[in-house]
Design a protein around this ligand. Structure first.
Ligand SMILES: N[C@@H](CCC(=O)N[C@@H](CS)C(=O)NCC(=O)O)C(=O)O
Length: 86
C-alpha cells in the first residue's frame, strides 16, 4: 500500500497544533506544513474546503480531518504506513 500524502494546516501559536506537531515529531512522520497565518492561500483553501478556519486540520490524501485529539489518534494508529522523514 502506498503512503498517504499528509498536509497539516496550522499556525505556530495554536496549542492544539503544537500537540499534533509533537506527535508528528515523535513518530518522525513526513508532513507538509501549511501555516495559515504565513500564507493567506492556505487559509483560503481551508475555509473553502471545510467552511471552518479552525486548526489543526490534517489533510490525508486531500481529505480534511479536524480535531487535534482525533488527528493524534489517527497518526498513532496509522504510523506504520505513513511516510517517514529520512
Ligand atoms: N477542539 C479543537 C480546537 C482547535 C482550536 O480551537 N483551534 C483554534 C486555534 S488554537 C482555532 O483555530 N480557532 C479559530 C477558529 O476556530 O475559527 C481541536 O482540539 O483541534
Amino acid at each position: 500500500m502506498s503512503s498517504p500524502k499528509l498536509q497539516l494546516y496550522y499556525f505556530d501559536a495554536c496549542p492544539y497544533c503544537q500537540m499534533v506537531l509533537e506527535v508528528i515529531e515523535e513518530l518522525n512522520i513526513n508532513v507538509e506544513l501549511c501555516d495559515i497565518r504565513a500564507d493567506q492561500r492556505h487559509l483560503n483553501k481551508l475555509v473553502t474546503d471545510t467552511g471552518r478556519r479552525t486548526v489543526p486540520c490534517l489533510y490525508i490524501d486531500g481529505q480534511p480531518m479536524h480535531e487535534s485529539a482525533e488527528i493524534a489518534r489517527w497518526l498513532k494508529a496509522n504510523a506504520a504506513k505513513l511516510p517517514k522523514n529520512s
